[in-house]
Design a binder for this molecule. Structure first.
Ligand SMILES: *Cc1c(COP(=O)(O)O)cnc(C)c1O
Length: 373
């Protein structure tokens, strides 16, 4: 990369090529090792990453899987969710948070988010509890930890589990504790573009209880502990060796990446002073990791076109809240059910932010935001 593409003014929302270019040798060495040993499916490199990731999160166990959606599915299975059950899920999230519930035959029930943090609102969640509710999945959305204490209180009052969807929040902390170590289970994604990512697909479920870990390990491995003896109907959700090896390399870079994300996020928050923009609130007891930098503004669509004309790529996370997705029309969700999530969907836009973003690119995004009328 040269200064040329900066002069031309193209700024991508995220550019993974810069990471590969910077760490090419380390990545290639890791890949070569797996190939030499043909440790392709599960195996020693996948297991090694599980141990390292558990240590990073601060839990005894991490169960590596083939993607974050499978992580959420396994979490629901391990917690005994099935047909007839309900699980509360925020309306403002990526749809996969709800898929894991649906795959078991249970029903996601969508709860609204708070106006300030844009995270699941404990009060709204409590109102959705019925005799069929088994648990709550909170999402640390855009890298900002949700109000775990508030959700835990609601869950404990009603005897429910709490699962954390940590797909956007590797390394974030709530009251000094890592996300993924708070609830019964924590579900991570290593999709390319997440704060920690594989060269393909990957995911993990972090947990404190050995019985959950053992059960998930069996489920992801075709339902067997001993090869060719299948104790229950299982899945093929194993993490690939190549992904494990690449993730072990990336995990070393994650603290530095997180630092860079925080620096850029802090600059946006300090220097974008245009009163047309509102930003996600970060309560004092949380340490966010800025997976996505989302702002809200009335004339969102005009802003996106304006940035596009300047060569700056912005996108929307997410244009349709879960309760209004066609896939969930059968649940009868309608406009007005989750007004805060609906407002976000209509007004949110994501600014470029990734660890390798250059100062002059950040400057330019800030200038353009402040110049928007
Ligand atoms: C990315 C993501 C997922 C799904 O992860 P995949 O690895 O893409 O299957 C789930 N929940 C949230 C909040 C996500 O951002």
């Amino acid at each position: 990369m040269t200064g040329k593409d900066v002069m031309e003014g193209q700024i991508k929302r995220i550019d993974l090529t810069r990471d590969y270019t910077a760490h090419r040798e380390a990545y290639r060495e890791a890949i070569e090792k797996v190939c030499r040993e043909t440790a392709f499916s599960g195996g020693k490199y996948a297991d090694a990453f599980d141990r390292e990731f558990a240590e990073y999160v601060g839990v005894p166990y991490a169960c590596g899987v083939n993607n974050g959606t499978s992580a959420l599915h396994l979490a629901m299975l391990a917690l005994g969710v099935g047909e007839g059950d309900q699980v509360i899920v925020p309306a403002n999230t990526y749809i996969a948070t709800a898929w894991g519930v649906s795959y078991t035959g249970a029903e996601p029930v969508f709860a609204d988010c708070r106006v300030d943090t844009w995270e699941i609102d404990p009060e709204a969640a409590e109102k959705k509890i019925t005799s069929r509710t088994k648990g709550i999945i909170g999402v640390h959305l855009y890298g900002q930890p949700f109000d775990y204490a508030g959700i835990r209180q609601v869950a404990d009052r009603h005897g429910l589990f709490v699962v954390e969807d940590c797909a956007q929040a590797h390394g974030a902390r709530f009251r000094g504790r890592n996300v993924g170590s708070l609830g019964e289970l924590g579900c991570f994604s290593f999709y390319p573009g997440k704060n920690l990512y594989a060269f393909g697909e990957g995911g993990s479920v972090t947990c404190k209880e050995e019985s959950y870990y053992r059960h998930m390990n069996r489920l992801k491995n075709q339902g067997c502990d001993i090869r060719y003896y299948h104790d229950e109907i299982g899945y093929n959700y194993r993490l690939e060796g190549l992904q494990g090896a690449v993730l072990s390399v990336s995990l070393n870079y994650l603290p530095r990446w997180t630092e860079r994300r925080r620096e850029i996020g802090a600059r946006y928050e300090r220097e974008i002073t245009n009163p047309l923009f509102t930003m996600q609130a970060h309560p004092e007891d949380t340490e966010p990791v800025y997976h996505l930098f989302v702002v809200c503004l009335e004339e969102r669509d005009r802003f996106v076109r304006y940035m596009e004309a300047e060569g700056v790529e912005c996108n929307l996370h997410y244009p349709v809240p879960c309760h209004l997705q066609k896939a969930y029309a059968y649940l009868g969700g309608k406009r007005g059910d989750c007004p805060n999530a609906e407002y976000l969907a209509d007004h949110c836009v994501t600014l470029p932010l990734f660890p390798e973003m250059r100062e002059e690119e950040t400057d330019r995004v800030i200038r353009l935001c402040n110049a928007f009328r």
